[in-house]
Every structure is written in C-alpha cells, then in structure tokens.
Design a protein around this ligand. Structure first.
Ligand code: ADP
Ligand code: MG
Length: 659
C-alpha cells in the first residue's frame, strides 16, 4: 500500500521516509524503535531540588507567550498536579501554545523549583497518558519523533502486515500473535511488553532468514555440477604467469576451488577476505580453470566502476592464455551490446564481466560453467540464484570483503562453503591511521601536501550531511573550494558523486587512474571501491557516521603497494570505537570489535545491503535466538512441514525453479 494513503504523508514526507528505507505501509509498520524513553512519572511532593523529573499535570490557565528577542520566547502558564497548583515556564516552545488548551492532560519534563513554586520545563509531551514508555525512532532531517509515532499509528490501523511465523512455533513458544506484537513493540506499557514483542518479531525474522539459508544448503548439497578433468601442467602455467607468489591462504583457497571444480557436486563457495587480501587473482584462477575445461564464465560486480576495473585487471592476466574477455555494462552501446550477446551465444566470448546487466533475460550463454559475484553481500539470497539459472548448474563463487567472525559467517552463510583469507600479501605495511578533530584540519592539509609532493595521490570522502543528495552535493563543492584554497589551485581535483552520468564517472576515474587528477573527492562509499596503487592517503570526513567495517573497507583503498599509506579520520565527536581503527589493520579483529560494541549493526556494509540486514534482530545479541531458529527451520524443512504453509511452500517452489 502506498505511503501517501497514510494520513499526513504527502510527497515531501514520503521522500524523507524513503531515505530511511521506508517505501510502503508495511515498511512503516516494520520500522521498529531503536530504543525507548522510559518516562517515570513523579509526584511533585517527591521531587528533589534540581532533579530532572517528569510530571503529569493538567493545564490550569491559558498560556501567555512573551517574545524576548528574535528567536527567543518564553511561555508561562499554570498547571495542576494532584492537589498542587504551580507555575510552568518553558522557553522557545511558543509553537505548542495552540495545543495547551484548558484542562488538557500533559506531561512536563524539567526541574521543579520549590522555593518559587515554579517548574522550568525543557519539554512538554501529549498523548503519553497511560503509557509511560515512548518509542524512539531513527530519523532524518525534517522528521520528528512525534510525527513518526503518528504515521506508524496510522499505518498500524491499516492492518497491512504478513506473518512469517508458522503456527507450530508460535504455539510451541507461546508467542504473541503478530498483530499484538506489532502493537506492543510500538506501544509497550512496560518492559515485559518490549521483551515479549521483540522476541516474537526477532524469532520470526531469524526463522525466515534461516529457512532460506537451510533450504538453499539442502539443494546445493544435492545439486550435481560439472565434473571437470585437467592436465595439471596447464594449471601451473597460471601460477607461473603471475608477477608474485601467492600467499598461504590464497594457495589454500585455490586448492579448495580446484577440488570443487573437479568434484561431481556443484561449487557454492564464498571467499571471505579482507580488502587487499588478493581475492581477484583467486577469482581469475577459477576462470582460468573453467576455461581450460571448455566453459564460459560470468563475473558480476556491484557497480560499473568495479566491473570496469575487474575487466582491465583480469583481462591483463588472462590475455596471454587467449581467453577472450568482454565488458557488458549499462552504458554499453546498443550495437556493441548486440555483438557481445551474439558472440556470447556462439561461444566466442569466454568471460563476460559486468553489473546486473549480466542477469537480464536476453543474455544467453553457450556454455556457462562458472558464475562469480564480487561483494556478494550486496545481492539478496533470492537474487544470487538468478544467475545460476543461465547455464547448466554452473559453479558459483562469491567474493566478499566483509570479514566477519567465523562463527557468524558459518551461520549466515550456512548454505555456502567458506574459504577465509587472513594473510595479506608480503611486504604490505600497516596503514597508519589517526583521528583528527576538524579544528586541526590544518595538520591534515599539511600531511596531504607532503604526500602530494612525493607524487602520490589522495582520496577524500566528503562530509555527509543528512542522506540528502542536494546538501551532500553542496558539501562536496564546498570541500573542493577549501582544498583549492589550501593548495593554491596547484593541485588537480576530481569529484565523484551520485548525480554524474556513467560516462562522466568513467572519465573522472580514468583521469585519476592515469594520474592527471591528484585528489579524488567522493561522496559515497561504493564509488571509491577502486584499485589505484599510487593512492597512499585517504581522508574521511564525519568518520563517526560510518561503521567500523565500512571505515575499514574505505581504508583498504590505500596501502595497495609497499609504500607507506595513511588514513585520517576526521571527526568532531569523541567516538571511542574509532580508536579500534587506530589500533588495528586486521579486518577480522575489527569486525569482532564491531560485533562486541554494536552487534551486527553496520557489519554487512550498511543497512542497504540486501542480505542479512535485519529489521529487528541483531546477530550478536540475538545469537541464541538465531541458533534456535536455525534448528527449528531445519526441522521444518526435514519434516516437510512447510508444505502446509502457503508462504514457505511458494518460497520453496521459487527456489527450486531458479536452481
Ligand atoms: P581484494 O581482495 O581487495 O579484491 P585485490 O585482489 O584487488 O584485493 O588485490 C589487491 C592488490 O594486491 C592487487 O594489486 C593484486 O595484484 C595484489 N596482490 C594479490 N595477491 C598478491 C600476492 N600474493 N602478492 C603480492 N601482491 C598481490
Ligand atoms: Mg576485490
């Protein structure tokens, strides 16, 4: 149902809600509070001097407003609490006056001054009578918590929700029904309500997730793949062609892949390795083996920039073996695209690299044997199976640069085999990381200048305003101006932002790659996902806005050769967790810390990532629930109980079809 069907939501508000990932009424209902304000009502008699309290009372006199200065006003009225009549003063809340009608019940926040019987209020709330717990929601600029509460209440009235929890588990654990749980999570009366409703909703979410994982695992185990045979001397050719020796973990990973490819069952492997650990060469090896056995490969990247980069680096390695590689992207011209599709169908292309364009219906392969997806956490569980549909049970390899603790990886990627790469290529120096307050930006500029003098290049991640395209854009240009001033217009600066066309982005990227641009300012995280080894410094503004995992990924864009690299985190907030990045360059350690401090939070590359981004569950704190949901969903599958449930039955059919 359309958001605009909700009372009070017009275009303007809809846009703001979209920025929070809310696109329909159901999203709104499932937009859960991230915490609660516990409002403990106090009686005036018990108030201690200077204590911040919450008092329920009745308006006993029409408020008067005094305008003291521009942007400064004072409102005064009398109120009654129990038998006590007292004066209320509140500053800069004149806009509340129309709501403060005589005899209205209100709740005051603030301090009571016994001596002059007056209450200095910091805030006034309405409608929390009989409910002393206020839900607190994530917001964007221009949205208030109370308007959010209003919209969600309206949405709840619509009754649009789906229950993914099979009855047997609802009964087994005496869970609330979904309707009750939804009402209580948004309007709890006490702590028990919060506990019961969140447990119900978390379990449902995790059950649904684990069902998909377990079912995928079940059919992956069964599905027959291509059984290949190789003459091993060809295999050594590949290693010999590289300009470096593989690390120990890389060796293990390619050994794993070799076994998968020569075995009868289908490969479903995830290469989990820190940024810069050298996953590309592993993928390239798999492509090489697949080619040797006479099959085509497809490699899918999340952005065009990454696809283009893979294209150049992989083509470079594979050309010597007469492997024909092509790039297909959204910006490929029609004529060229038609030619590529034709060649692909004829088997004249051995490797096709691109974005999701690769999985559109009109792309036909002659003999697709291997599918690789880079940054696999960006693709949803269902989507990742779409590609497999393109060939005869092709082998599938996923690459992920999001290191997560092994235990969790085993669960949430439970349907995949894992190769974990911990060792970094030899000769890499640790990236020196330091946190700076913006007041000391001069020091950073000075360090930038030193680095530029050495002929090195720099990434700058520009300040984020409010998830607001226009404001973010403005801040990029402001930053450009400042840098130009600091460097006296002597340094060529490029800007990458979301509003650019693909061709413009490519041009800027190319100019940065070939060194014409010395500094690259970028607005978003994804677009700096590039490999330019001459870049030895990254400066990240508003570092506190990012999760540790994201910051670590960003940092991984430098330190790509044996020259000393630097990462400067600019933040005006004293954020303890940023110190973890100063301390360590080990992605797996950082992810453990991230887990300890925030639970799954941003771990999987921000909320926008399709997979394992939960609305209410938290992988760390709810791990026990996850394990229970894992066991139950296995049971549900093994005993084929899902056949009596429309939703799960359809889900299974869908998964079966695309596999
Ligand atoms: P990521 O795992 O982040 O995708 P890449 O595959 O892009 O990392 O590798 C980063 C850089 O390290 C590339 O320039 C690559 O050529 C280089 N590299 C990969 N493996 C090794 C190795 N064993 N020794 C030295 N350099 C390596
Ligand atoms: Mg990579």
């Amino acid at each position: 149902m359309d958001l605009k069907s909700i009372k009070g939501i017009a275009d303007n508000t809809e846009k703001k809600l979209n920025n929070l990932g809310i696109y329909n009424v159901n999203d709104l209902i499932e937009f859960y509070p991230y915490r609660y304000n516990f409002i403990n009502l106090t009686s005036l008699k018990d108030v201690k001097e200077d204590e911040v309290v919450t008092v329920k009372c009745i308006v006993a006199e029409m408020p008067r407003v005094q305008y003291i200065k521009r942007n400064f006003n004072r409102m005064i009225f009398k109120a009654i609490s129990g038998n006590d009549l007292f004066n209320v003063t509140i500053f800069n809340r004149a806009f509340l006056k129309p709501h403060l009608t005589l005899h209205k019940e209100i709740v005051l926040f603030g301090k009571y001054k016994r001596l002059n019987n007056s209450f200095i209020a910091s805030d006034i709330k309405f409608n929390i009578i009989g409910n002393t717990i206020e839900p607190v929601y994530h917001l964007v600029e221009g949205l208030t918590n109370s308007s959010m509460i209003k919209y969600i209440n309206e949405a709840l009235k619509s009754n649009i929700y789906y229950d993914y929890l099979p009855n047997i588990y609802s009964e087994k654990y005496h869970f609330l029904n979904k309707r009750e749980a939804l009402n209580l999570i948004h309007h709890p009366h006490n702590k028990e309500d919060i506990k019961a409703s969140s447990l119900r909703l978390k379990y449902e979410e995790l059950f649904n997730f684990m069902f998909k994982i377990n079912y995928l695992k079940k059919i992956n185990n069964k599905s027959k793949g291509i059984k290949r045979e190789f003459k091993s001397d060809y295999i050594d050719e590949f290693k010999k062609s590289l300009s470096f020796n593989l690390t120990k973990d890389q060796e293990i990973a390619i050994e794993d892949i070799y076994k998968d490819l020569t075995s009868e069952s289908r490969m479903n492997r995830l290469i989990l390795g820190d940024v810069g650990s050298g996953k590309t060469v592993i993928a390239t090896y798999a492509i090489y083996l697949n080619f040797l056995s006479g099959y085509q490969s497809a490699l899918m990247a999340p952005t065009e920039i990454l696809a283009t980069q893979h294209y150049h680096s992989i083509k470079n390695i594979l050309e010597k073996f007469n492997i024909r590689t092509c790039l297909l992207s959204g910006s490929t011209k029609k004529k060229e695209k038609d030619k590529i599709l034709e060649d692909l169908a004829n088997g004249e292309i051995d490797l096709l690299i691109g974005t999701h364009a690769l999985i559109s219906d009109n792309v036909k392969y002659k003999s697709l044997g291997l599918v690789i997806t880079d940054e696999q956490h960006r693709f949803g569980v269902a989507q990742r199976n779409l590609l497999s549909d393109k060939g005869l049970a092709p082998d599938v390899l996923y690459l992920s640069a999001t290191p997560i603790p092994r235990t969790y990886a085993l669960t949430i990627y439970g349907d995949l085999d894992l190769s974990i790469i911990k060792t970094k290529p030899m000769g890499r120096k640790e990236i020196i990381t330091k946190i700076y307050n913006e007041d000391n930006i001069k020091d950073v500029l000075y360090k930038m200048l030193e680095e530029l003098k050495l002929g090195h290049q720099i990434y700058v991640v520009s300040p984020l305003i409010e998830n607001n395209d226009e404001l973010d854009l403005k801040s990029v240009f402001d930053l450009e101006k400042k840098l130009n001033m600091a460097f006296k217009n002597q340094i060529s600066i490029g800007i990458l932002h979301g509003k650019l066309k693909t061709t413009e982005k490519d041009e800027i990227m190319n100019n940065f790659k070939n060194g014409d641009l010395k500094i690259l300012i970028s607005t978003t995280v994804i677009e700096v996902g590039v490999d330019v080894p001459n870049t030895t410094m990254i400066v990240i503004y508003n570092a506190e806005r990012f999760g540790l995992a994201t910051l670590h990924q960003l940092r991984g864009r430098v330190g790509r050769n044996d020259v000393q690299s630097y990462c400067y985190l600019i933040s005006n907030k004293d954020v303890l967790r940023l110190k973890v990045l100063e301390e360590s360059n080990d992605g797996f350690y950082i992810s453990e810390k991230d887990f300890e401090m925030r639970g799954s939070g941003d771990l999987f590359g921000l909320r926008q990532s399709g997979e394992a981004s939960f609305k209410i569950a938290n992988l760390k704190t709810d791990y026990q629930i996850l394990l229970q949901a894992k066991m139950d969903s296995l049971d549900y599958i093994e005993q084929e109980l899902y056949k009596d449930n429309d939703y799960y039955n359809n889900l299974v059919n869908d998964i079966n079809i695309i596999n």
